[in-house]
Design a protein around this ligand. Sequence first.
Ligand SMILES: [Zn+2]
Ligand SMILES: [Zn+2]
Length: 480
Amino acid sequence: MKISTKNSLLFNLTSILLIISCMFITTPPKTSAKASTKTPDHDLPQYFSSSSPLNTIIKFNNHSSSSPQNKYLLPTFGTDCSVWSRACSEEILKIATKPENVKWIKSLRRKIHENPELAFEEHDTSKLIRKELDELEVSYRFPLAKTGIRAVIGTGQPPFVAIRADMDALPIQEAVEWEHKSRNAGKMHACGHDAHVAMLVGAARILKARQRHLKGTVILLFQPAEEAGNGAKRMIGDGALEDVEAIFAMHITHLLPTSVIGSRSGPLLAGCGFFKAVITGGQGRDAVLAASAAVISLQGIVSRESNPLDSQVVSVTFLNSGDDLDVIPNRVEFGGTLRAFSNTNFHQLLKRIEEVIVAQAKVYQCWGTVDFFRNADTMYPPMVNDNNMYEHMKKSTVDLVGPTNFQVVQPVMGAEDFSFYSEVIPAAFFYIGIKNETLGSVHSPHSPHFMIDEDALPVGAATHAAIAERYLHDRDISIS
Ligand SMILES: [Zn+2]
Ligand SMILES: [Zn+2]
Protein backbone atom coordinates (compact mmCIF):
# COMPACT_ATOMS: atom_id res chain seq x y z
CA MET A 1 0.00 0.00 0.00
CA LYS A 2 1.20 3.46 -0.85
CA ILE A 3 1.23 5.80 2.12
CA SER A 4 -0.49 9.15 1.74
CA THR A 5 1.60 12.30 1.62
CA LYS A 6 -0.78 14.67 3.37
CA ASN A 7 -4.37 15.62 3.96
CA SER A 8 -5.14 12.05 4.96
CA LEU A 9 -8.63 11.32 6.09
CA LEU A 10 -7.65 9.00 8.87
CA PHE A 11 -10.05 6.52 10.28
CA ASN A 12 -12.48 8.08 12.61
CA LEU A 13 -10.36 7.82 15.74
CA THR A 14 -13.30 8.39 17.99
CA SER A 15 -15.07 5.36 16.63
CA ILE A 16 -11.89 3.30 16.82
CA LEU A 17 -11.45 4.22 20.47
CA LEU A 18 -14.93 2.95 21.04
CA ILE A 19 -14.19 -0.40 19.47
CA ILE A 20 -14.95 -3.13 21.90
CA SER A 21 -12.82 -6.13 21.19
CA CYS A 22 -14.17 -8.14 24.01
CA MET A 23 -13.49 -11.70 23.07
CA PHE A 24 -11.02 -14.32 24.08
CA ILE A 25 -10.79 -17.47 22.05
CA THR A 26 -11.80 -20.11 24.49
CA THR A 27 -11.13 -23.79 24.43
CA PRO A 28 -13.00 -25.25 21.46
CA PRO A 29 -16.30 -26.73 22.49
CA LYS A 30 -16.22 -30.39 23.30
CA THR A 31 -19.32 -31.19 21.32
CA SER A 32 -18.97 -31.27 17.56
CA ALA A 33 -20.61 -28.45 15.66
CA LYS A 34 -24.04 -29.31 14.31
CA ALA A 35 -26.15 -27.57 11.74
CA SER A 36 -28.29 -24.98 13.41
CA THR A 37 -30.85 -22.69 11.93
CA LYS A 38 -32.01 -21.16 15.17
CA THR A 39 -30.83 -17.69 16.07
CA PRO A 40 -28.19 -17.86 18.78
CA ASP A 41 -28.80 -15.85 21.91
CA HIS A 42 -25.53 -14.02 21.48
CA ASP A 43 -24.04 -12.43 18.40
CA LEU A 44 -20.71 -14.23 18.28
CA PRO A 45 -19.51 -17.62 17.21
CA GLN A 46 -19.14 -19.93 20.15
CA TYR A 47 -15.34 -19.60 20.13
CA PHE A 48 -15.73 -16.10 21.42
CA SER A 49 -16.78 -15.68 24.97
CA SER A 50 -19.08 -12.71 25.35
CA SER A 51 -18.32 -12.67 29.07
CA SER A 52 -14.64 -11.86 28.54
CA PRO A 53 -13.41 -8.47 29.71
CA LEU A 54 -13.66 -5.47 27.41
CA ASN A 55 -10.85 -4.19 25.27
CA THR A 56 -8.82 -7.34 25.32
CA ILE A 57 -7.26 -8.83 22.25
CA ILE A 58 -8.28 -12.10 20.68
CA LYS A 59 -5.69 -14.67 21.79
CA PHE A 60 -4.98 -18.19 20.75
CA ASN A 61 -3.88 -21.04 22.86
CA ASN A 62 -0.80 -22.62 21.30
CA HIS A 63 -0.69 -25.76 23.38
CA SER A 64 -0.50 -28.83 21.24
CA SER A 65 -3.31 -31.28 20.81
CA SER A 66 -3.53 -34.62 19.10
CA SER A 67 -3.17 -34.22 15.35
CA PRO A 68 -5.70 -35.74 13.02
CA GLN A 69 -4.56 -38.49 10.68
CA ASN A 70 -4.41 -36.09 7.79
CA LYS A 71 -3.14 -32.84 9.17
CA TYR A 72 -4.96 -30.75 6.55
CA LEU A 73 -8.35 -32.37 6.71
CA LEU A 74 -10.46 -32.11 9.77
CA PRO A 75 -12.18 -34.98 11.45
CA THR A 76 -15.73 -35.17 10.21
CA PHE A 77 -17.96 -32.20 10.86
CA GLY A 78 -21.65 -32.72 10.68
CA THR A 79 -22.80 -29.36 9.37
CA ASP A 80 -24.56 -29.41 6.05
CA CYS A 81 -23.62 -26.05 4.58
CA SER A 82 -26.02 -26.30 1.66
CA VAL A 83 -28.06 -23.97 3.87
CA TRP A 84 -25.62 -21.51 5.39
CA SER A 85 -25.72 -21.27 9.15
CA ARG A 86 -23.45 -19.85 11.78
CA ALA A 87 -22.18 -23.36 12.36
CA CYS A 88 -20.50 -23.15 8.92
CA SER A 89 -18.62 -19.99 9.96
CA GLU A 90 -17.76 -21.64 13.27
CA GLU A 91 -16.29 -24.64 11.49
CA ILE A 92 -14.11 -22.39 9.34
CA LEU A 93 -12.89 -20.54 12.42
CA LYS A 94 -12.34 -23.80 14.22
CA ILE A 95 -10.01 -25.06 11.48
CA ALA A 96 -8.09 -21.77 11.52
CA THR A 97 -7.71 -21.74 15.29
CA LYS A 98 -6.63 -25.34 15.77
CA PRO A 99 -3.43 -25.01 17.82
CA GLU A 100 -1.30 -26.74 15.18
CA ASN A 101 -2.67 -24.41 12.48
CA VAL A 102 -2.01 -21.32 14.58
CA LYS A 103 1.55 -22.49 15.19
CA TRP A 104 2.02 -23.28 11.50
CA ILE A 105 0.66 -19.97 10.18
CA LYS A 106 2.83 -17.93 12.55
CA SER A 107 5.88 -19.92 11.60
CA LEU A 108 5.14 -19.44 7.87
CA ARG A 109 4.82 -15.70 8.33
CA ARG A 110 8.10 -15.59 10.26
CA LYS A 111 9.95 -17.47 7.51
CA ILE A 112 8.73 -14.92 4.97
CA HIS A 113 9.52 -12.04 7.32
CA GLU A 114 13.12 -13.20 7.69
CA ASN A 115 13.65 -13.22 3.94
CA PRO A 116 12.00 -10.09 2.49
CA GLU A 117 12.25 -9.66 -1.29
CA LEU A 118 11.53 -6.54 -3.32
CA ALA A 119 9.16 -6.13 -6.27
CA PHE A 120 9.47 -8.85 -8.92
CA GLU A 121 12.28 -10.49 -6.90
CA GLU A 122 9.98 -12.60 -4.71
CA HIS A 123 11.59 -15.84 -5.89
CA ASP A 124 12.10 -17.52 -2.50
CA THR A 125 8.72 -16.34 -1.23
CA SER A 126 7.02 -17.72 -4.33
CA LYS A 127 8.92 -21.01 -3.98
CA LEU A 128 7.87 -21.32 -0.35
CA ILE A 129 4.22 -20.71 -1.25
CA ARG A 130 4.38 -23.34 -4.01
CA LYS A 131 5.91 -25.83 -1.59
CA GLU A 132 2.98 -25.28 0.80
CA LEU A 133 0.48 -25.61 -2.07
CA ASP A 134 2.17 -28.84 -3.21
CA GLU A 135 1.85 -30.25 0.29
CA LEU A 136 -1.81 -29.33 0.31
CA GLU A 137 -2.23 -30.90 -3.15
CA VAL A 138 -3.54 -27.61 -4.46
CA SER A 139 -2.95 -27.08 -8.18
CA TYR A 140 -1.66 -23.75 -9.48
CA ARG A 141 -0.35 -21.89 -12.46
CA PHE A 142 3.15 -20.37 -12.27
CA PRO A 143 4.59 -17.96 -13.16
CA LEU A 144 2.32 -15.00 -13.69
CA ALA A 145 3.98 -11.57 -13.61
CA LYS A 146 7.37 -13.22 -13.08
CA THR A 147 6.92 -14.58 -9.54
CA GLY A 148 3.11 -14.65 -9.17
CA ILE A 149 0.96 -17.74 -8.59
CA ARG A 150 -2.65 -18.55 -9.48
CA ALA A 151 -3.85 -21.43 -7.30
CA VAL A 152 -7.17 -23.23 -7.76
CA ILE A 153 -9.40 -24.96 -5.18
CA GLY A 154 -12.89 -26.29 -5.81
CA THR A 155 -14.89 -27.86 -8.59
CA GLY A 156 -12.97 -26.24 -11.45
CA GLN A 157 -16.38 -25.05 -12.69
CA PRO A 158 -18.05 -21.61 -12.50
CA PRO A 159 -18.60 -19.48 -10.58
CA PHE A 160 -15.01 -18.41 -9.95
CA VAL A 161 -14.19 -16.08 -7.06
CA ALA A 162 -10.67 -14.79 -6.31
CA ILE A 163 -8.84 -13.83 -3.13
CA ARG A 164 -5.49 -12.05 -3.42
CA ALA A 165 -2.32 -11.42 -1.40
CA ASP A 166 0.72 -9.32 -2.30
CA MET A 167 4.21 -10.74 -1.68
CA ASP A 168 6.74 -7.90 -1.95
CA ALA A 169 8.76 -6.15 0.75
CA LEU A 170 10.13 -2.62 1.01
CA PRO A 171 13.63 -1.12 0.74
CA ILE A 172 13.71 -0.32 4.48
CA GLN A 173 16.17 -1.46 7.16
CA GLU A 174 14.24 -3.18 9.95
CA ALA A 175 14.67 -1.50 13.33
CA VAL A 176 12.72 -4.07 15.33
CA GLU A 177 15.02 -6.36 17.33
CA TRP A 178 13.47 -9.81 17.50
CA GLU A 179 14.30 -13.40 16.73
CA HIS A 180 12.85 -13.30 13.22
CA LYS A 181 14.21 -9.92 12.14
CA SER A 182 14.91 -9.46 8.41
CA ARG A 183 18.13 -11.16 7.35
CA ASN A 184 18.33 -9.11 4.15
CA ALA A 185 20.07 -5.80 4.80
CA GLY A 186 18.02 -2.82 3.71
CA LYS A 187 14.89 -4.87 3.03
CA MET A 188 11.91 -5.35 5.28
CA HIS A 189 8.32 -6.56 5.29
CA ALA A 190 7.19 -3.20 6.67
CA CYS A 191 3.73 -3.26 5.06
CA GLY A 192 2.61 -6.66 6.32
CA HIS A 193 2.72 -8.47 2.99
CA ASP A 194 4.39 -11.39 4.80
CA ALA A 195 1.22 -11.64 6.86
CA HIS A 196 -0.94 -11.32 3.73
CA VAL A 197 0.82 -14.30 2.15
CA ALA A 198 0.56 -16.39 5.33
CA MET A 199 -3.16 -15.62 5.65
CA LEU A 200 -3.84 -16.56 2.01
CA VAL A 201 -1.93 -19.84 2.33
CA GLY A 202 -3.88 -20.31 5.58
CA ALA A 203 -7.09 -19.80 3.60
CA ALA A 204 -5.90 -22.42 1.08
CA ARG A 205 -5.52 -24.86 3.95
CA ILE A 206 -9.03 -24.17 5.22
CA LEU A 207 -10.62 -24.25 1.77
CA LYS A 208 -8.85 -27.51 0.94
CA ALA A 209 -10.23 -29.02 4.12
CA ARG A 210 -13.70 -27.79 3.12
CA GLN A 211 -13.42 -28.61 -0.56
CA ARG A 212 -16.58 -30.72 -0.53
CA HIS A 213 -18.58 -27.63 0.46
CA LEU A 214 -17.35 -25.46 -2.42
CA LYS A 215 -20.04 -24.76 -5.01
CA GLY A 216 -17.62 -23.49 -7.63
CA THR A 217 -13.96 -22.49 -7.75
CA VAL A 218 -11.79 -20.32 -5.54
CA ILE A 219 -8.76 -18.72 -7.21
CA LEU A 220 -5.95 -17.68 -4.87
CA LEU A 221 -3.71 -15.00 -6.34
CA PHE A 222 -0.23 -14.45 -4.93
CA GLN A 223 0.88 -11.22 -6.53
CA PRO A 224 4.32 -9.60 -6.83
CA ALA A 225 5.22 -5.92 -6.81
CA GLU A 226 2.38 -4.10 -5.10
CA GLU A 227 4.68 -1.43 -3.66
CA ALA A 228 6.36 -0.69 -6.98
CA GLY A 229 5.82 -1.89 -10.51
CA ASN A 230 2.05 -2.39 -10.68
CA GLY A 231 2.19 -6.14 -10.11
CA ALA A 232 -1.60 -6.31 -10.24
CA LYS A 233 -1.63 -4.95 -13.78
CA ARG A 234 0.92 -7.56 -14.86
CA MET A 235 -1.04 -10.34 -13.14
CA ILE A 236 -4.20 -9.33 -15.01
CA GLY A 237 -2.23 -9.26 -18.26
CA ASP A 238 -1.04 -12.81 -17.55
CA GLY A 239 -4.57 -14.13 -17.06
CA ALA A 240 -5.03 -13.91 -13.29
CA LEU A 241 -8.70 -12.95 -13.67
CA GLU A 242 -9.58 -15.52 -16.32
CA ASP A 243 -13.21 -16.65 -15.63
CA VAL A 244 -13.18 -14.79 -12.29
CA GLU A 245 -16.34 -12.78 -11.54
CA ALA A 246 -15.48 -11.20 -8.17
CA ILE A 247 -12.35 -10.57 -6.10
CA PHE A 248 -11.47 -9.74 -2.48
CA ALA A 249 -8.26 -8.68 -0.71
CA MET A 250 -7.20 -7.83 2.81
CA HIS A 251 -4.55 -5.48 4.24
CA ILE A 252 -3.31 -5.29 7.80
CA THR A 253 -3.80 -2.01 9.66
CA HIS A 254 -2.34 -0.59 12.86
CA LEU A 255 -5.46 1.55 13.28
CA LEU A 256 -7.72 -1.31 14.35
CA PRO A 257 -7.21 -3.67 17.31
CA THR A 258 -6.01 -7.19 16.59
CA SER A 259 -8.41 -9.22 14.43
CA VAL A 260 -10.99 -6.44 14.05
CA ILE A 261 -12.08 -6.22 10.42
CA GLY A 262 -12.82 -2.85 8.78
CA SER A 263 -13.98 -1.58 5.43
CA ARG A 264 -16.57 0.61 3.74
CA SER A 265 -18.72 0.69 0.65
CA GLY A 266 -17.59 2.96 -2.19
CA PRO A 267 -14.33 4.93 -2.21
CA LEU A 268 -11.80 3.47 0.24
CA LEU A 269 -8.36 4.40 -1.10
CA ALA A 270 -7.34 7.19 -3.43
CA GLY A 271 -6.20 7.12 -7.00
CA CYS A 272 -2.58 8.19 -7.02
CA GLY A 273 -0.33 9.74 -9.61
CA PHE A 274 2.80 11.86 -9.93
CA PHE A 275 3.81 14.73 -12.19
CA LYS A 276 6.96 16.54 -13.16
CA ALA A 277 6.89 19.92 -14.90
CA VAL A 278 9.65 21.69 -16.79
CA ILE A 279 9.42 25.43 -17.46
CA THR A 280 11.94 26.97 -19.78
CA GLY A 281 12.54 30.70 -20.22
CA GLY A 282 15.67 32.33 -21.57
CA GLN A 283 16.37 35.70 -23.21
CA GLY A 284 15.12 37.79 -20.33
CA ARG A 285 12.15 35.53 -19.58
CA ASP A 286 12.02 34.46 -15.95
CA ALA A 287 11.32 30.73 -15.58
CA VAL A 288 11.48 31.03 -11.75
CA LEU A 289 8.68 33.58 -11.73
CA ALA A 290 6.63 31.47 -14.12
CA ALA A 291 7.18 28.33 -12.02
CA SER A 292 6.28 30.19 -8.81
CA ALA A 293 3.02 31.42 -10.36
CA ALA A 294 2.26 27.90 -11.58
CA VAL A 295 2.84 26.37 -8.13
CA ILE A 296 0.51 28.91 -6.51
CA SER A 297 -2.16 28.44 -9.20
CA LEU A 298 -2.05 24.65 -8.73
CA GLN A 299 -3.31 25.15 -5.17
CA GLY A 300 -6.49 26.66 -6.57
CA ILE A 301 -7.47 23.46 -8.37
CA VAL A 302 -8.35 21.65 -5.15
CA SER A 303 -9.31 24.68 -3.05
CA ARG A 304 -11.51 26.39 -5.65
CA GLU A 305 -12.52 23.92 -8.34
CA SER A 306 -13.19 20.64 -6.54
CA ASN A 307 -16.14 19.67 -4.39
CA PRO A 308 -15.01 20.25 -0.78
CA LEU A 309 -16.97 17.15 0.27
CA ASP A 310 -15.07 14.99 -2.22
CA SER A 311 -11.44 15.01 -1.09
CA GLN A 312 -8.63 15.57 -3.56
CA VAL A 313 -4.97 16.45 -3.22
CA VAL A 314 -2.45 18.23 -5.44
CA SER A 315 0.90 18.69 -3.68
CA VAL A 316 4.08 20.14 -5.13
CA THR A 317 6.86 18.24 -3.37
CA PHE A 318 10.01 19.50 -5.12
CA LEU A 319 11.22 22.54 -7.03
CA ASN A 320 14.67 22.90 -8.54
CA SER A 321 16.20 25.76 -10.49
CA GLY A 322 19.84 25.12 -9.65
CA ASP A 323 21.97 27.00 -7.10
CA ASP A 324 23.39 29.94 -9.01
CA LEU A 325 22.83 33.11 -6.96
CA ASP A 326 23.78 35.50 -9.74
CA VAL A 327 21.92 34.41 -12.87
CA ILE A 328 18.23 33.92 -13.67
CA PRO A 329 18.03 30.27 -14.72
CA ASN A 330 16.30 29.45 -17.97
CA ARG A 331 15.03 26.06 -16.75
CA VAL A 332 13.01 25.19 -13.64
CA GLU A 333 11.74 21.74 -12.71
CA PHE A 334 9.08 20.99 -10.16
CA GLY A 335 6.67 18.19 -9.43
CA GLY A 336 4.56 16.34 -6.92
CA THR A 337 1.63 14.03 -6.44
CA LEU A 338 -2.12 14.00 -6.98
CA ARG A 339 -4.84 11.95 -5.28
CA ALA A 340 -8.59 11.57 -5.81
CA PHE A 341 -11.34 9.12 -4.87
CA SER A 342 -12.94 8.72 -8.29
CA ASN A 343 -11.61 8.14 -11.79
CA THR A 344 -13.55 11.18 -13.02
CA ASN A 345 -11.91 13.47 -10.46
CA PHE A 346 -8.52 11.86 -10.99
CA HIS A 347 -8.60 12.49 -14.74
CA GLN A 348 -9.93 15.99 -14.20
CA LEU A 349 -6.92 16.67 -11.92
CA LEU A 350 -4.52 15.40 -14.60
CA LYS A 351 -6.15 17.68 -17.16
CA ARG A 352 -6.17 20.78 -14.95
CA ILE A 353 -2.60 20.32 -13.66
CA GLU A 354 -1.33 20.31 -17.24
CA GLU A 355 -3.53 23.25 -18.30
CA VAL A 356 -2.51 25.40 -15.33
CA ILE A 357 1.22 24.79 -15.72
CA VAL A 358 1.28 25.31 -19.48
CA ALA A 359 -0.91 28.44 -19.26
CA GLN A 360 1.01 30.03 -16.39
CA ALA A 361 4.28 29.46 -18.23
CA LYS A 362 2.75 31.23 -21.23
CA VAL A 363 1.71 34.23 -19.09
CA TYR A 364 5.41 34.82 -18.43
CA GLN A 365 6.36 34.08 -22.06
CA CYS A 366 7.95 30.80 -21.04
CA TRP A 367 7.34 27.26 -22.23
CA GLY A 368 5.86 24.63 -19.93
CA THR A 369 5.59 20.83 -20.28
CA VAL A 370 4.22 18.23 -17.86
CA ASP A 371 5.06 14.53 -17.60
CA PHE A 372 2.69 12.21 -15.70
CA PHE A 373 4.94 9.13 -16.06
CA ARG A 374 2.05 7.31 -17.72
CA ASN A 375 4.30 4.48 -18.91
CA ALA A 376 6.29 4.09 -15.71
CA ASP A 377 3.71 2.17 -13.68
CA THR A 378 3.33 4.94 -11.12
CA MET A 379 -0.34 5.71 -11.69
CA TYR A 380 -2.95 3.92 -9.57
CA PRO A 381 -6.71 4.16 -10.00
CA PRO A 382 -8.84 4.81 -6.88
CA MET A 383 -9.96 1.76 -4.88
CA VAL A 384 -13.73 1.89 -4.91
CA ASN A 385 -15.48 -1.01 -3.19
CA ASP A 386 -18.38 -2.47 -5.12
CA ASN A 387 -21.42 -2.20 -2.87
CA ASN A 388 -22.58 -5.81 -3.40
CA MET A 389 -19.09 -7.20 -2.76
CA TYR A 390 -18.73 -5.00 0.31
CA GLU A 391 -22.06 -6.22 1.67
CA HIS A 392 -21.05 -9.82 1.03
CA MET A 393 -17.70 -9.30 2.76
CA LYS A 394 -19.38 -7.59 5.72
CA LYS A 395 -22.04 -10.28 6.08
CA SER A 396 -19.47 -13.10 5.95
CA THR A 397 -17.16 -11.34 8.38
CA VAL A 398 -19.81 -10.40 10.91
CA ASP A 399 -21.05 -13.99 10.90
CA LEU A 400 -17.49 -15.16 11.50
CA VAL A 401 -16.15 -12.75 14.13
CA GLY A 402 -19.26 -11.05 15.46
CA PRO A 403 -20.64 -7.55 14.80
CA THR A 404 -18.51 -5.86 17.44
CA ASN A 405 -15.40 -6.98 15.57
CA PHE A 406 -16.43 -5.23 12.36
CA GLN A 407 -15.93 -1.50 11.86
CA VAL A 408 -16.93 0.85 9.08
CA VAL A 409 -13.81 2.92 8.38
CA GLN A 410 -13.23 6.25 6.69
CA PRO A 411 -11.45 6.56 3.32
CA VAL A 412 -7.72 7.29 3.41
CA MET A 413 -5.52 9.03 0.86
CA GLY A 414 -3.16 6.05 0.57
CA ALA A 415 -3.24 3.98 -2.63
CA GLU A 416 -3.15 0.28 -3.41
CA ASP A 417 -2.71 -1.52 -6.73
CA PHE A 418 -5.59 -3.90 -5.94
CA SER A 419 -7.62 -1.13 -7.58
CA PHE A 420 -6.50 -2.47 -10.99
CA TYR A 421 -8.51 -5.65 -10.34
CA SER A 422 -11.48 -3.55 -9.24
CA GLU A 423 -11.49 -1.83 -12.63
CA VAL A 424 -12.07 -5.21 -14.31
CA ILE A 425 -14.52 -7.04 -12.01
CA PRO A 426 -16.54 -6.23 -8.85
CA ALA A 427 -14.15 -6.10 -5.90
CA ALA A 428 -13.93 -5.36 -2.19
CA PHE A 429 -10.86 -4.46 -0.16
CA PHE A 430 -10.85 -4.63 3.61
CA TYR A 431 -8.54 -4.30 6.61
CA ILE A 432 -7.63 -6.54 9.52
CA GLY A 433 -6.33 -4.94 12.71
CA ILE A 434 -2.90 -5.81 14.15
CA LYS A 435 -2.77 -3.11 16.85
CA ASN A 436 -1.78 -4.39 20.27
CA GLU A 437 -0.31 -1.79 22.58
CA THR A 438 1.08 -4.43 24.95
CA LEU A 439 3.11 -5.98 22.14
CA GLY A 440 4.00 -2.62 20.64
CA SER A 441 2.39 -3.27 17.25
CA VAL A 442 1.28 0.33 16.92
CA HIS A 443 3.54 1.68 14.17
CA SER A 444 2.28 2.65 10.74
CA PRO A 445 3.19 0.61 7.67
CA HIS A 446 6.47 1.65 5.98
CA SER A 447 8.01 2.45 9.39
CA PRO A 448 11.23 0.59 10.28
CA HIS A 449 9.55 -0.07 13.64
CA PHE A 450 6.52 -1.69 12.03
CA MET A 451 5.41 -4.98 13.58
CA ILE A 452 2.23 -6.99 13.79
CA ASP A 453 0.28 -8.95 16.35
CA GLU A 454 0.40 -12.41 14.81
CA ASP A 455 -2.80 -13.43 16.59
CA ALA A 456 -4.58 -11.76 13.68
CA LEU A 457 -3.24 -14.35 11.23
CA PRO A 458 -5.68 -17.24 11.88
CA VAL A 459 -8.63 -14.84 11.89
CA GLY A 460 -7.43 -13.35 8.59
CA ALA A 461 -7.11 -16.80 7.04
CA ALA A 462 -10.59 -17.73 8.24
CA THR A 463 -12.01 -14.44 6.93
CA HIS A 464 -10.58 -15.02 3.45
CA ALA A 465 -11.92 -18.58 3.42
CA ALA A 466 -15.37 -17.64 4.73
CA ILE A 467 -15.78 -14.82 2.20
CA ALA A 468 -14.79 -17.09 -0.71
CA GLU A 469 -16.76 -20.18 0.35
CA ARG A 470 -19.84 -18.17 1.15
CA TYR A 471 -19.62 -16.22 -2.10
CA LEU A 472 -19.89 -19.49 -4.04
CA HIS A 473 -22.66 -20.66 -1.74
CA ASP A 474 -24.75 -17.50 -2.11
CA ARG A 475 -24.11 -17.37 -5.86
CA ASP A 476 -25.42 -20.92 -6.10
CA ILE A 477 -28.59 -19.93 -4.23
CA SER A 478 -29.12 -16.90 -6.47
CA ILE A 479 -28.79 -19.01 -9.64
CA SER A 480 -31.09 -21.83 -8.52
ZN1 LIG B 1 2.96 -0.53 1.56
ZN1 LIG C 1 0.80 -2.94 1.60
